[in-house]
Every structure is written in C-alpha cells, then in structure tokens.
Design a protein around this ligand. Structure first.
Ligand SMILES: *Cc1c(COP(=O)(O)O)cnc(C)c1O
Length: 713
C-alpha cells in the first residue's frame, strides 16, 4: 500500500459498475471520494468506504484529488474528460472514450498537450486469459492469423444514447486491434432494430484488414443468456477465449489442421487443450495499471490513442450501417401465378400458331379480315347488333364518350370503386366524374345513390348527363333498376364491362345491357388477347356508325375524307386472330370459372369473407373475372402467400376519388365509405379457368393457416 500512499482517486458514478470500480480503488488504498448524481446512492457508498461524497465541481476544485475515474454515461465522457484535464487531474474513463470520432479527437489533443495519464476502460486487455492468448499469438502458436470472431451477447440494459455496438463492441474492437496491431482498411456493419426503431440492439460488423485478414463482431442485447467469446483462427490452429467458462477452461487451443486430399481441402479435427491462466480479477488489474502509470509516468496499455482507434472503428461501423443498401435477392417466379395463360395456350396452340402464321403470310396487320370476323363473332355471342373493336378497354370508353359528345361542363356518375380507366376518359374530355359509393354486396354502383350523385354534380356547377356502370370483378351491376332510375332522370347509361364479358342478366348478355357497353381484351381479363385490345358494343345503328368513324380519325365515306374529330384506335389483326381462337373456347372457360369460384367458396367458408355469388332468383350470371376475398390485414396475408410462392393482387388499393389526379373531383355527399373500406380489405387470389382442385386447396389452406395464426396471436 505504501507505494500508492500519495495517489488519490475520486470515482464519479456509483451505479452497478461504478460500485465495483469504487471497491477496486478502495482495496488499493487510493479511494479519496465518490460522486453520483443520485445523492442517496453517493452517500451510501461514501459511508460504506468511509470517504466523502462530493459533487463533480468540488472534485474538480479539490487539489488533493489527483485522479478521477469516470463511470458515467458515454455521452458525458468527452465533456467531463475536458473539465478534468483542465483541472489538472489524471483520468480513468470507462469505454467508449466518446460517442463520436470528432469528440474523441478533440479530447485526445487536449490530453496529449496536458501530459496527464488517461486510461480507457478496455478491461479485457487486462484479463489474464486475453493476455495469455495475445502472448501465444505473438509467439506464433497459430501461425498466421486469418480470422477473428468475437461475440458479445447478453440480455442487457437498453441504452438511450448509444446502440449496442457503442455499448458492447469497444471490448471486441479493442482486443482485435490489439491482436492485429493495425486499423482495418474498411468496415461493414448491419444493424437490426428489434426493440426500438431508433437504436440498433443487434449488430453484425466486419472489419476488413489488408492481406485478406478479416474480423467479425456480433453484439446483441436480445440474446437470452450471456455469451462472450473470442475465436482467433490461424493457419496452425485456433485459440478460443470463452469468458463464460470457469478459469481452468477460459482459454483453449484447438489443433484442427487443414489437409488437402485429392485437391480438396479438409479440416481435420485435432486435439484441444485447456491453457492454464492464473485467476486474477481483470478490473483490479486495470485499476492497478492506472495507478501504476500515474506513479511512473508510463503510457497505459489502453491509453487515449488506443481509445481513439477504437472510436474510429465504431464511427466507421455506424456510417456503414447507415449506408447499408440491401441487394435484392433474385425474385422467384411465383409457383402459383394469378392467371395461368400457359395452360390455356397449350390447349389452343396448334390453331393459334396457324392463325398467327396466316396473318404473317397475308401481311394485313391493320384492318385484316380477322377484324371483321371477330366483330361478327362477338356480336353473335353477346346478341348485340354492332361491335366496334379498338385498341383497349380505356379507349373503348373514350370512343363511347366521344360518340355521345361529352363536353366540358358535363358530369358523369361513376362508381368510386373501379379501375382508374373508368374515370380517365371523362377528364380527358374536360368533363367531370362524380364519384358514387357502391353497393356493399355487389360492389357495383349503388342505384340508391344516383339521386345523390346528380345533386353532387349540380352542386359542383356541372350538368349531370349520364352514368358509367362498372361490373366489378365480373358481377353485373343492377341494370334493371339503373335503367328505370336513369331514364326517369334523363341520364344515359354506358356499361364499362371490362371485367364482365360473358356475364348476363336474365339471359341478356353483357353488351346488350346498356345503350353502349365497352370491354377490354387485356390479357388478364376474362377474354384476353396477347397485348392490348378492347371493343364497344351497341345495338343503335346510328351510334355504331359514329363509333366506326371516330375510331378511324373521324372517317367519312372515303379514305382521307374526315367528317368529324376522331382518334386512331384500332385492334391489331394479330390480336383479332388470337381472340378468334380464344372466343371459341370461351363459353367452356366461363363455365369452369363458375365451378372454380364455387370451390373457393366451399374451401374458404368461415375463414375469410368470400365474394357474394348472385342469388339464383336474380338470374344473374357472374363472369368471375377475379376471385376477391376481404379481410382486415390483407397486406400481411399477401406477404404470407408470397412467402409460399402464391401470387395475389390488390384490386384496387385506393378508390378512384382518393387517387391524386381525382382528389378534386366531386363525390356524393358523405363521401364513399363503403368503397373506402373495401379497398382497404380486398385481395384477389389466383383465378383462371385452369386452376385445379389441389392447387386451390393449397391456396385456401395457406389463407386458413394465416387466419388461424393471426387469431391465436
Ligand atoms: C381493365 C379495365 C379497364 C381498362 O382496360 P384496358 O384495356 O386496360 O385499357 C377499364 N375499366 C375497368 C373496370 C377495367 O377493369
């Protein structure tokens, strides 16, 4: 004791670890005072060790106190070191030296000029097992060191100011730098935020050194038990420092050797031996070293330069964590796609190939004879007198609105729950869509709300002229009621049948249910081509003539005679040829759609809200364009299905009046809450005429599993 007689240390911070530091300095006979922001705690410790409890300023002012030991939050380190050095004290500071490289550099500069002793508490450097390990490495026991792995896990106190890397990894970095004797060339790091969004609690960090040497650090507060080990692997064996083992096996050597057999490396398990290390308390070794350095003026092993190099690595890791850009893994094709066009193609391949070859041979890519043939066939299938094919379902609506001479100032009532293509042509013509809420069962425009739609149009200063209905998901709108309401109110009725080709009401097919009906031949629709296409259906000869003219630049009697403003919107001959083949098998496919929908209803009954089939007395025949279920957490279900390779689609994530370009358009008074809720809950499952029962069962089971898991959580 006598050698330490004139050395005096005040311990600042008397928490859990601080109390241990107090005990260590007290045992050396150098404890002079304690301080803590919590006076009760400071007084208790002071009484236990018979030293005064002072406040920080008094410690600084007291010239009899030579050194301070800072066991305070890391965010205060830089400031307190600064104050202590300026007050002429030596400093012992717990790791990390500071919470940023710039703070650490500033104090390092001040310390260098002061000539005072500063020790950073990288305690494992004073651990007899690490000292023995380092000595063995330096003596060449492992040959050339190739890889260091350091793990520090434990259910820890979650810090408020620093993440788990700054809290735990200073130990690992300090040991690694001490073994390699150099800074890494670069650092990579990845953090996980399992407990708090702002502070990473689990971090993996990789230090890349020159000569292909690498070190890996894994730290976590979320591990269920303590795990602290350092594995140093060299060409000639491995040393493991496992601090969770008793003293006789804290340090072990593994003599696994690499052999080459027939050109392939093989790691042969060899002997392992425990290496004796003398049991010594690392903290006491550290405090002793500090006092020794003050007495002799020697530089501490873990001096401020060492502390600074550790902070530099921490800083680089923090930066690397922010810069992290995940590399997306190659996305896998869905095992179960929404629509399987290949199954259908297989069925019609031979005749399809021939038809396509014929078009190529004829070379009449525009206005080929297949166009007329298709229009004929579509007319006879639907029972509609005139069919005008065009470039898309959206264009079909544009043609219909041009034929009806929609002008600015006009308002058209449309359902809020539809694809944007229903409203788009209205605004393109300068007119105003008025969004009307849907029927809660059919999801089609509610006939009860047409009056409200007309009121909203007038309130917006527009002239209500018509209604565009949508047969959402293939369910025909309530045409009988819509007809009587619209004719009573002097409104025209156009049907957007993009999803309902093939559906019917009382044996009247879609195409004949409104003065004009439009449809889409987009590949995923009930009748789809291999690109874009659409058609307008009407039994009004005058409208039909106008439509024909409009879709050919307002063509008159002869070529280059243009009698009205029009557009260019025609179906390609190739697409018409493809549709001719598909139309041949369409009635059968429509029948299969009914069966597959019925099977889903059976598999998913009581699991999720399934779509309502039309009641038999309604004489409505659904086209089942999609099979769209509803549930509250559909995004999570979609993820779950995706993880199982099952595709699903949200038709549609927002009602049209909530899409940015339509937010200024009027809605009926009270808005469209039914559409809004539906769009937050819908999810369409894989659906096509070739979906077999096993696959459907697999999909339904995946949905069921998700719902059960959710309800038991
Ligand atoms: C698909 C669709 C459209 C647009 O059809 P395109 O051929 O893609 O232009 C319009 N309205 C509804 C309801 C649709 O589902």
């Amino acid at each position: 004791m006598t050698v330490n007689e004139h050395i005096t240390v005040a311990v600042v911070g008397c928490g859990q670890w601080g109390a241990k530091v107090v005990s260590a300095f007290a045992r050396m006979g150098v404890l002079a005072a304690v301080t803590d922001a919590d006076f009760k705690q400071a007084n208790k410790i002071a009484r236990d060790y018979d030293v005064p409890a002072l406040d920080w300023q008094s410690v600084l002012d007291d010239h009899s106190i030579m050194a301070v030991a800072l066991v305070t939050p890391a965010k205060d380190h830089a400031n307190m070191i600064d104050e202590a050095i300026r007050a002429g004290k030596h400093v012992y500071v717990e790791k990390p030296l500071a919470l940023s490289a710039s703070d650490a550099e500033a104090v390092a500069d001040l310390i260098a000029r002061s000539g005072k002793t500063v020790l950073v508490g990288h305690i494992l450097q004073y651990h007899p097992a690490f000292i023995a390990l380092k000595s063995l490495v330096q003596k060449g026991k492992l040959g050339r060191v190739r890889f260091i792995q350091s793990t520090r896990f434990g259910p820890g106190r979650i810090r408020q100011d620093e993440d788990v890397l700054w809290c735990l990894a200073p130990h690992d970095i300090s040991m690694i730098l001490s073994l390699t004797g150099r800074q890494p060339e670069s650092v990579r790091a990845h953090g996980s935020y399992l407990l708090r969004a702002d502070i990473a609690d689990t971090i993996n960090c990789r230090l890349m050194f020159a000569d292909n040497m690498e070190a890996e650090i894994a730290v976590s507060w979320t591990h269920p038990y303590k795990q602290r080990n350092l594995v140093v692997t060299g060409d000639e064996g491995t040393l493991v420092f496992d601090d969770d083992q008793p003293w006789d096996s804290k340090l072990r050597y593994f003599n696994n050797t690499l052999t080459w057999e027939k050109g392939y490396p093989n790691l042969k398990e060899g002997d392992s031996e425990a290496i004796f290390v003398e049991e010594r308390e690392p903290l006491l070794q550290q405090t002793k070293h500090f006092v020794e350095c003050i007495r002799t003026g020697r530089r501490p092993i873990t001096d401020v330069q060492e502390g600074l190099s550790v902070v530099n690595v921490l800083d680089a890791a923090a930066q690397a964590m922010l810069d992290q850009k995940g590399v997306p893994t190659k996305s896998m094709a869905y095992k179960i796609p929404m629509v399987d066009l290949k199954a259908q193609q297989k069925r019609i391949k031979a005749s399809l190939d021939k038809r396509i070859a014929d078009v190529l041979h004829e070379g009449r890519y525009v206005w080929g004879p297949e166009i007329g043939q298709l229009e004929q066939k579509l007319a006879s299938y639907t029972g509609c007198e005139h069919v005008i094919t065009c470039s898309s379902g959206t264009d079909a609506l544009l043609l219909a609105l041009l034929a009806i001479a929609l002008v600015p100032g006009d308002a058209v009532l449309v359902p809020a729950f539809t694809f944007v293509g229903t409203a788009e042509p209205i605004v393109l013509l300068g007119a105003t869509p008025v969004f009307v809420d849907v029927d809660p069962v059919t999801m089609c425009i509610s006939p009860d709300l047409i009056v409200k739609g007309v009121e909203a149009a007038k309130k917006a200063g527009c002239r209500p002229v018509g209604i565009i209905t949508v047969d959402l998901f293939g369910y025909p709108a309530d045409y009988p009621r819509l007809h009587s309401i619209s004719s009573a109110m002097g409104l025209w009725l156009i049907a957007d049948g993009a999803q309902s080709f093939g559906a019917s009401v009382a044996d009247h097919r879609v195409g004949t249910l409104a003065s004009m009906t439009t449809t889409s031949f987009f590949p995923a629709k009930p009748l789809g081509c291999y690109g874009d296409g659409g058609a307008v259906f009407t039994s009004d000869a005058e409208l039909a003539a106008k439509l024909r003219s409009i879709h050919q630049h307002g063509k008159g009697e002869s070529r280059y005679d243009h009698v009205r403003r029009g557009v260019n919107s025609r179906l390609d001959t190739l697409q018409a040829a493809i549709l001719l083949d598909k139309l041949d098998i369409f009635p059968e496919e429509l029948e299969q759609r009914q069966q597959i929908a019925a099977r889903y209803a059976c598999f998913l009954k009581g699991v999720v809200q399934t779509p309502h089939p039309p009641p038999p007395e309604s004489k409505i025949h659904h086209a089942w364009a999609t099979y769209t279920i509803r549930l509250e957490n559909r995004d999570a279900l979609q993820q779950h299905l995706k993880s199982l390779g099952i595709q699903s689609t949200i038709h549609y994530p927002k009602p049209v009046h909530q899409l940015a370009p339509y937010q200024d358009c009027p809605t009926i008074e009270g808005g469209c809450p039914i559409a809004e809720q539906a769009t937050s809950e819908v999810l369409s499952l894989p659906f096509h005429p070739y979906l077999d029962e096993d696959t459907q069962w697999q999909i339904s089971n995946a949905v069921r599993q998700f719902v059960v898991d959710q309800s038991t959580q």
